[in-house]
Design a protein around this ligand. Structure first.
Ligand code: UD1
Ligand code: BG6
Length: 729
């Protein structure tokens, strides 16, 4: 038994896992820090973390750097205001117990390319040999979207325990009790250089390590240090630790934030990268292999498809070519004190269902451009296997495997409540009319944060539908927790298998749109609408009176990819339109009925990426305020495609023209003369069934936003101050 300053380590037992002998420890209550785990895990900092460890596979320093940089490039869409890496200064293959030279740390404000440039500049200014080979080496990397402290090298990760870089940490998440920990560490003489919550973690690791080794004999293992650190952390995190005291070893752990381990093993006789171990478990200690840790599968897929999804409270120890997974159990003892009981786990590897092409730009210059243009294919995938064409004896129908057992409950519910944020909310708004029509159930719309701010009533007989591309948006998850507490049926509509929305809802539908990397959501939006239209068809499937209508919609769904292919031909025309709007301050978009959502989403795209003020306005509200803005200079898009609101929109156009409005009218092919008599700019789009028209109509507006952004010289994939997945409140 080892006594620390308030921390007692009690050696309990020894467990053998995957051929590795590992000491497991039981840590008891600490007097130094209060130990309390909060249950709210949704305050994650929007960053990307990555690590690369090569074991018994010779890699040059330059290669290692490039793997780390590439990993960060793949994660950059998650955060791009600063980045950093840590690598070894010299090869320490044999140094098992004695500390190696302090690892090198490079951190830089700005995007990944700024980091790459600064690293190579620093390297050329020193005698660091890029050709030096390492048969074993552990490197860590981080890309950041600042929440605590401005983007600056000192606030970038890896965060360090101090001058000697004894412990280095990359972190995705937020430590909610960092102030308390910081105060305690300050009292113990630690000094802090950053404003981050993360900095307490490596310092705490050093504190634990130093105390454990006060006798001078280093017996505490790296995983024991991390387990003890974890015990004091509140909030959400995925962490990767590197230490000069444990050369060539990495420890990763997580609570709340996603983390994956990628495994690329080489056959015993060859390690040239061509032959893999076909086993579904990580092979025994000592085999040549490359191991990757990443907060996102995008950074793994080019190396390996064999992954292990690390679960909450697991601690992964990568050492000597083996992987040990310990489960950190923070249960309570009978006396109410905290108890952490690490136990071993062995789990099979999963196979990533992702292709490298999905995450590369292919022939396109930007992800947003690619994702707009691949909508015919993404919509086809969304509908694949879910539409039954019918025939002489079979009726046209929809089959949603994830909902079929819950349809009866949904039909009996008193309300359907859509809950989401941003584009996902807009998609639900676009689908609302068809749900109301086919299901005959009142459909409410809720922006997740607003539902929570109001603590609005949610009942047991409600069906709540959570719409989220990522499935990780903090507000949406908090609203989901709230709906679950209130006993509602919770349905998820998400693009991300295994996401928090997918896991925590009672049932749902994956939209299967493929990876969406551009921060501005495009293909996920159209796939979400299509899925919700299919949900409406499935719920309303038992109503005889709407049979013909449903069959018409199914027919139109089957033809939809072709119509999207047609509307994409407007690309050049939209570029021209963008050119004419390039120096405008503002752009209004008027829509109603099915296309109110189109106006909101079109405006959201323009403001998100083109950094131009844009508002989507419900045309029915025009006279109640917005009309005051109309003059001959302000450009206004009016959506006036054929549906039951068409004549009302014609009247809106007349009124705007009467006030000399500068109009751009979106109309159905062949309607140009009818809608504005040749006196305004038109965007003619192919016609589909009214409830699916928003899927077609949004495409020219996505193209407009894209071209406006590029022409105005902004970064279309990484808009200012935004992140793909907003995992903080
Ligand atoms: C499923 C398979 C698909 C397979 C098909 C064959 C998965 C992820 N999907 O698709 O690969 O081709 O069967 O019939 O394995 N769910 C939620 N919440 C959500 C989203 C989904 O609970 O937010 C649940 C669903 O209720 C369902 C499961 O996840 O139980 C899979 O959903 P989904 O992929 O939409 O089902 P299928 O289309 O049937
Ligand atoms: C962020 C994204 O704001 O989150 C948007 O930049 C997205 O594109 C919104 O619409 C909601 O995200 P999700 O993943 O819940 O659909």
């Amino acid at each position: 038994m080892v006594f620390l300053d308030g921390i007692r380590l009690n050696r309990q037992n020894v467990i053998t896992i995957s051929g590795i002998t590992s000491a497991a420890f039981q840590f008891h209550h600490s007097d130094l820090f209060s130990v309390h785990f909060d249950q709210h895990l949704n305050f994650t900092e929007m960053c990307g973390i990555f690590a690369y460890l090569n074991y018994d596979v010779s890699r040059e320093r330059r290669y290692i750097l490039e793997v780390l940089f590439n990993g960060l490039r793949r994660l950059e869409y998650r955060g791009y205001d600063s980045a950093g890496i840590s690598i070894d200064s010299s090869s320490v293959a044999g140094a098992v117990r004695s500390p190696s030279d302090p690892p090198l740390v490079f951190r830089q404000e700005g995007n990944i390319e700024s980091l790459v440039k600064s690293v190579y500049q620093e390297v050329s200014a020193t005698d660091l040999n890029l050709e030096e080979s390492f048969s074993v080496h552990a490197g860590i990397a981080h890309t950041r979207w600042a929440t605590h402290g401005e983007p600056a090298p000192r606030n970038s990760h890896p965060q360090s325990s101090g001058a000697e870089n004894d412990f280095l940490v990359v972190h995705n998440g937020v430590i909610t009790n960092y102030e308390v920990l910081k105060q305690s560490l300050l009292r113990h003489g630690y000094t802090f250089e950053s404003e981050t919550d993360t900095e307490v973690i490596p310092k705490l690791a050093k504190f634990v390590f130093d105390k454990a080794n006060e006798g001078g004999d280093q017996t505490v293992t790296f995983s024991e240090v991390v387990l003890e650190v974890m015990r004091h952390l509140e909030g959400a995190y995925a962490l990767i630790f590197k230490s000069r005291h444990y050369p060539n070893e990495l420890i990763a752990c997580k609570r709340g934030s996603p983390l994956l381990l990628g495994v690329k093993e080489f056959a015993e006789e060859q390690n040239n990268g061509t032959s893999y171990n076909e086993m579904n478990f990580i092979s025994k200690n000592g085999h040549p292999k490359e191991l990757f840790l990443s907060s996102d599968p995008h950074a793994l897929v080019e190396h390996t498809k064999k992954v292990l999804v690390i679960e909450d409270s697991e601690v992964v120890d990568i050492k000597d070519g083996g992987v040990t997974i310990l489960k950190f159990d923070n249960g309570k003892r009978k006396d109410g004190k905290s108890l952490s009981r690490p136990a071993s786990v062995q789990r099979a590897l999963s196979i990533l269902e992702m292709e490298v092409e999905q995450i590369s730009k292919g022939k396109y210059k930007y992800y947003m451009q690619k994702e707009i243009h691949e909508q015919p294919e993404s919509l086809t995938t969304t509908m694949r296997g879910r539409l039954i064409r019918g025939g002489s004896s079979k009726r046209k129908s929809v089959l949603l495997g994830g909902l079929k057992d819950h349809l009866k409950t949904i039909r009996r519910s008193r309300r359907i409540v859509f809950i989401g944020c941003g584009t996902s909310y807009n998609a639900a708004l676009a689908a609302r009319p068809i749900l109301e029509e086919l299901c005959g159930i009142p459909v409410m719309m809720e922006i997740a944060s607003d539902l929570l701010d109001r603590q609005a009533p949610v009942y047991r007989d409600d069906t709540t539908i959570f719409v989220s591309q990522s499935g990780e948006t903090a507000d949406t998850l908090n609203a989901l927790e709230y709906a679950l507490e209130n006993g509602a049926l919770c349905v998820g509509i998400t693009n991300t298998v295994g996401s928090s929305v997918a896991r925590n809802t009672h049932c749902g539908v994956h939209i299967n749109a493929g990876s969406e990397i551009g921060v501005a959501s495009t293909k996920a939006y159209t796939s979400q609408i299509v899925v919700m239209a299919m949900v409406a068809l499935a719920i309303g499937a038992d109503t005889i009176s709407t049979k013909q209508r449903r069959e018409g919609i199914i027919e139109s769904l089957l033809n939809l990819p072709g119509k999207i292919r047609e509307v994409l031909k407007l690309d050049e025309e939209m570029k021209e339109l963008a050119r004419s709007l390039i120096s405008e301050q503002s752009l209004l978009m008027f829509g109603r009925g099915y296309n109110y959502a189109t106006a909101l989403e079109g405006a959201l795209k323009v403001k998100e990426v083109a950094l131009m003020h844009s508002e989507g306005i419900l045309a029915g509200e025009m006279k109640h305020g917005p009309l005051a803005l109309v003059d001959e200079t302000l450009p206004i898009v009016v959506i006036a495609t054929r549906d039951q609101c068409f004549s009302k929109q014609q009247s809106v156009i007349q009124q705007l023209k009467a006030r000399k409005g500068r109009l751009i009218v979106m109309c159905t092919e062949g309607d140009a003369a009818a809608v504005c008599g040749g006196s305004c700019r038109v965007i003619e789009v192919p016609q589909v069934v009214d409830c699916l028209q928003p899927v077609v109509n949004i495409v020219p507006l996505q193209l407009l936003a894209y071209h406006l952004t590029v022409l105005r010289g902004y970064n279309v994939d990484q808009p200012r101050n935004l992140a793909k997945s907003v995992t903080t409140e």
